[in-house]
Design a protein around this ligand. Sequence first.
Ligand code: S3P
Length: 168
Amino acid sequence: MAPVCVLVGAMGAGKTSTGTELADLLGVEFRDTDAEIERVAGKPIPEIFVDDGEDHFRALERDTVAGALAEFGGVLALGGGAILAPQTRAALAGHPVVYLSVEFADAMKRVGLGAGRPLLAINPRATLKHLLDQRRPLYQEVATLTVVTDGRTPQEVAAEIAGALKAG
Ligand code: S3P
């Protein structure tokens, strides 16, 4: 089995909310790799960063994404930094990968003070801006479709993706 759709994009792109809507529209399950990592680790992501470090989180993330790409047949959302791993970018080849693009203003509004997102614990505005600029080319590299999310609801974005998937 393979995902019917993989969602990538930065923090604040709306991967979880859009993915939930999209899975409903398509009548399939939704899975979020962040939630899966938390389930396996038995603790929230900020605690994994504090107790074990970001490298450990990234290793869990690589394994979780690889596992889901191999056996999960629904809509899969990846954490914003998952595409940093070359293995993950390679593993995404051949899958329908939708890049939910978001510009700084909307991303900032959606993440707020960054609660639950350890990378934004210090200086969230500058950090988010830097991450968006640094990662944009990586999202573009893995994407088979890019959907703009700025100023749009998760329902609108999900409907566009569902239409594109059905059109093949
Ligand atoms: C991260 C994004 C988060 C989560 C972790 C690291 C990142 O996921 O995986 O805090 O490096 O951008 P979301 O994009 O779902 O917030």
